[in-house]
Design a protein around this ligand. Structure first.
Ligand SMILES: [Zn+2]
Length: 440
């Protein structure tokens, strides 16, 4: 019962929670997919080496319908001629890429190259190849695992032959969440997809989204924010279905910067409430934050990302202040270094992590000003470490800021949990030499 929408109409999960706290904790978006995207990115980087190494021949060979066949470096027509590829699948049905091609004999191997739309590197997978009675060849790749809704692929097949590689035409596939009948409303830089609620709700959510992108982009100096899609679900269960297996609890929304897709829960009973404003602004802030800090080396601390999203969508509210003060008083405050990566999983600690995040951002602005916060955030775009970023912005490293924030809350840095040095045990007699200079 952690989601705000579930709490509505009933008692809050905790009596001390102000309504604002409940709302802020409910829409705590988790960047799991960003992590997934990073891993995927690494995989793609690895496979790109293969792709680049193999592209000494013409990069594409048009299909038979696209005119004269391309030539190989030797001036001979390619031995492999691809037809247009096709792909099927959705959120609830298997994703299968397939193509047919003509070739006098089976290539050494046939590969499927996929990339996220607009991406720059391919994931390369080997296709299963079979020959039909007609003599034509078929190559197929079935995708395993969960693929988030609104993922858009550009894909093509490549045959590796003794004369070099031959690449077929490119197809596109968008993964649709086919559990619902979606309606769409296109705005300036954002397209809203929804299936529950009326036109007025969609228009309002879209307007909030446009404002949120403009405000965050202006603050962080992002010149052009590429279009984003926002999928609105009407229940946590529906939302979790869009996030796949292993989804963490307590999540009310999620921003996937790799697919530029936001998903979130807005119950139909909530469409008139300020929850719409909070959720939409929070998630879109993540996308702009991601644009402002994008680099292949080092992600900013999570508390900075979430702290800004909470700060811009609802401010440092009384509920969050109470949580931080309470944790500081009883010695359970998590140092910022402890919420630089994934947040805790239990509800109380998860909720506290968000409260601390916005507290730290609020503290930073109090001490150094908004412009310095923006400078800090945008410096991550250069791939700097946390210490480099904080040193450049504040003159002190990340730990010093952590300490200053803890001190401002009236808290001590807690002793870390985890492995501690083992107590010394008896020394085996064979290890004792009798020479006090070498005895342990
Ligand atoms: Zn968030």
């Amino acid at each position: 019962m952690s989601d705000r929408s579930r709490n509505r109409g009933g008692a809050p999960a905790r009596p001390t929670s102000a309504r604002r706290t409940t709302s802020s904790t409910a829409m705590r978006a988790v960047f799991l997919l960003v992590v997934v995207a990073l891993v995927l990115g690494l995989m793609m980087s690895a496979t790109q080496v293969r792709a680049q190494g193999a592209t000494t021949a013409p990069s594409t060979t048009p299909g038979p319908s696209a005119g004269a066949p391309a030539e190989t470096p030797a001036g001979r027509p390619p031995e492999v001629i691809f037809d247009s590829p096709s792909a099927t699948g959705s959120l609830t049905t298997p994703i299968v890429f397939t193509t047919t091609f003509q070739a006098p004999e089976e290539p050494i191997r046939v590969e499927l190259l996929t990339r996220l739309a607009g991406g720059t590197s391919d994931l390369v997978r080997e296709a299963a190849v079979s020959r039909e009675p007609s003599g034509a060849w078929t190559a197929t790749v079935s995708q395993v695992g969960f693929t988030p809704p609104n993922t858009r692929y550009e894909y093509r097949f490549r045959a590796v032959t003794p004369d070099g590689p031959v690449t077929g035409p490119t197809g596109e596939l968008r993964i649709v969440d086919d559990r619902f009948d979606w309606r769409t409303l296109e705005g300036d830089g954002i397209t809203l997809h929804w299936y529950a609620g009326d036109d007025a709700f969609a228009a309002r959510a879209l307007r909030i989204g446009e404002d949120a992108i403009r405000n965050a982009a202006e603050l962080l100096g992002v010149q052009e924010v590429a279009p984003v899609d926002f999928l609105v679900y009407d229940s946590p269960e529906a939302l979790y279905g869009a996030m796949g297996p292993g989804t963490r609890e307590h999540v009310g929304g999620q921003a996937n910067s790799a697919t530029r897709t936001l998903i979130g829960t807005i119950r139909t009973s909530d469409v008139a409430s300020d929850w719409v404003d909070t959720l939409v602004t929070h998630e879109l802030t993540h996308i702009v934050f991601s644009d402002a800090t994008d680099n292949p080396y080092h992600q900013p601390p999570r508390w900075l990302n979430e702290g800004l999203a909470v700060y811009l969508s609802e401010g440092y509210g009384v509920g969050d202040r109470a949580q931080v003060a309470g944790a500081a008083a009883n010695g359970t405050l998590i140092p910022l270094s402890g919420i630089a990566g994934l947040f805790p999983t239990t509800y109380e600690r998860f909720s506290l992590a968000y409260a601390e995040s916005v507290s730290a951002v609020d503290f930073f602005i109090d001490r150094y000003g908004r412009d310095t916060l923006v400078r800090l955030i945008t410096s991550y775009h250069d791939g700097v470490t946390d210490d480099e970023a904080f040193l450049a912005a504040t003159g002190q490293d990340a730990d010093a800021f952590d300490d200053a924030w803890l001190e401002a809350q009236g808290a001590q840095r807690p002793r870390p949990y985890g492995p501690q040095p083992a107590p010394p045990g008896p020394i085996p007699s064979d290890w004792v030499t009798g020479d006090p200079a070498v005895a342990p």
